[in-house]
Design a protein around this ligand. Sequence first.
Ligand SMILES: Cc1cc2nc3c(=O)[nH]c(=O)nc-3n(C[C@H](O)[C@H](O)[C@H](O)COP(=O)(O)OP(=O)(O)OC[C@H]3O[C@@H](n4cnc5c(N)ncnc54)[C@H](O)[C@@H]3O)c2cc1C
Length: 405
Amino acid sequence: MTDEPIQIINDKCVRCGACVKACPFGAIAQAEKKSFPVIDLHKCTLCGACKEACKFDAITIQAKPAPSTTVTLDDYKGVWIFAEQHDGVPQSITFELLGEGRKLADQLGMKLSAVLLGSGIQGRTDELIARGADLVIVADQPELASFQDEAYAAVLSELIRRHKPAIFLCGATTIGRSVLSRVAVTVRAGLTADCTALAIDPTTHELLQTRPAFGGNIMATIITPNARPQMATVRHKVMKEAEIIPGRKGQVLVETLSQALLQCRARRIRFEPEKEKSANIAEANIIVSGGRGMQKPENFDLLRDLAGVLGGAVGASRAAVDSNWIAYSHQVGQTGKTVCPKIYIACGISGQIQHLAGMSSSDIIVAINKDPDAPIFKMATYGIVGDLFEVVPRLTEAFRKLLAK
Ligand SMILES: Cc1cc2nc3c(=O)[nH]c(=O)nc-3n(C[C@H](O)[C@H](O)[C@H](O)COP(=O)(O)OP(=O)(O)OC[C@H]3O[C@@H](n4cnc5c(N)ncnc54)[C@H](O)[C@@H]3O)c2cc1C
């Protein structure tokens, strides 16, 4: 018997392949049909699906020990951020994480590291260092050129095993949410999703991870006392971007990775950009949003005009998206995107809690609604009671004239 947490007993195994088919993580493979299956411990989560599928009792799994008995907390040092990039270009969330990570690292007296995965990205490390990273850990492989859950999660989990960071932060973007949850399961750490504030407890030095809960009605602060790293995804546009400090020095560590880590069951065929050409609401500083009050898809052109004049993007309530008036990528709210623009203009949106959960941290909220009792007015900085079909074109014209001057 070895110490592995999961084993195949060859004396009992009939090499039927049932375990290979049952594994939801693609962690079991047979080199050839009817050869003994082999378990990839990097991918295996000990979920037990293979053991259940095996009719011959040929798989043993040791009970998972409690995290506190497996992790020596003091072994874990340093603050890490995931440097999200698209086509090699670091995204603004990366700079926000560097800003926040720098503060946490300084409070803990630890190093701040940025983890950069991609292909041909080694020239991209200077900016991460200039914005606060002491170390950039690079995984540069053709297989990592574009985001793939499995390979990215396997590589990040391996890097955590090698270096043992105390804290690992990632953007609460589509990529961040997808990859970090996989990593958390693999390294058996906790994960607080969608944090809006982070701090260090001055007594315990634990990471205090704060996020809205119950549709934004309460703020919950979560700690990870028994597992490491302490992992959190951080909401986009909530933290300030780290400034560039010219001439700032740091180190770069290029990692060597085994081919096994880079394998994926899913294959990227091509990238299809969104058909509708409009600014990304998660990045926009001004958003003009429409709800059920817009009445039909064509009427969103009024909002596109206003957004165009203001250099902003068009958002929507779920009611408008569910009516197929506009694509889901524009939805703001609990089941859509969280946005934090400088100005949010809500047109024909009543202001239900699920919508407010996605936009309430906007700096200025302007509500246009014909119902003076609409809940959105309680949240609005400025309210216009009136018919949006009259108000919006007049606003567009007024801004057009003003901005032309
Ligand atoms: C689990 C869950 C998740 C959800 N997630 C989301 C989410 O992510 N985002 C989201 O938005 N919703 C979400 N919802 C739905 C949410 O509860 C509301 O149903 C939705 O936000 C309502 O959209 P609305 O304000 O456009 O429509 P309504 O509530 O129908 O409001 C329409 C408003 O338009 C005004 N109006 C009508 N005509 C005019 C006019 N001519 N001029 C001016 N004003 C006019 C009306 O007075 C009214 O206030 C979720 C619900 C659930 C249960």
